[in-house]
Design a binder for this molecule. Structure first.
Ligand SMILES: NC(=O)c1ccc[n+]([C@@H]2O[C@H](COP(=O)([O-])OP(=O)(O)OC[C@H]3O[C@@H](n4cnc5c(N)ncnc54)[C@H](OP(=O)(O)O)[C@@H]3O)[C@@H](O)[C@H]2O)c1
Length: 122
């Protein structure tokens, strides 16, 4: 088996920070795009449209954000200090968001950086 060289790139990625140009660049160069802060450090969980979507899918706002990352082809790394939330965050493979709902979430991007902003690096 040829394992080749596996490169990954860890970048902030959540509904308010979706650097699509960078995702496309990574994809075209065989680099796995890995998204950190997928829940926007918890901020996404109180967004009214995400709460409404969670009600529609009978899941939690956290699961909506995680499922959205996955459907956009992004490896996602949510974090919780609580066992039950870690379990909840893993239960995202029994449902799919519609294309329209993915589009709604994609449209929430407003370039919010909760961690460092890599575009400021020279
Ligand atoms: N490479 C980098 O520069 C970089 C920068 C930032 C983060 N990261 C990594 O990315 C991972 C995630 O980032 P993050 O922790 O900043 O942000 P995050 O995963 O977007 O959000 C974590 C926050 O959401 C809460 N939470 C998690 N699951 C929840 C649920 N099901 N319901 C309600 N609240 C929930 C957590 O609280 P509780 O703990 O109380 O559940 C915590 O306050 C971490 O492993 C971190 O190491 C990397």
């Amino acid at each position: 088996m040829n394992w080749g060289l596996l490169l990954d790139f860890e970048v902030e990625y959540h509904p308010f920070q979706r650097p699509q140009e960078l995702v496309d660049y990574c994809r075209s160069h065989g680099i796995v795009f890995e998204g950190y802060c997928p829940l926007a450090k918890g901020h996404a969980l109180s967004h009214p449209d995400i709460i409404k979507m969670a009600e529609k899918y009978n899941c939690s706002p956290s699961q909506i954000c995680i499922r959205w990352s996955i459907q956009n082809g992004v490896v996602t790394i949510p974090k919780s200090t609580k066992k039950e939330r870690i379990w909840e965050n893993c239960q995202v493979f029994h449902f799919s968001l519609t294309e329209d709902d993915v589009t709604v979430l994609n449209g929430m991007h407003d370039d919010l950086h909760l961690s460092w902003d890599p575009t400021n690096i020279d």
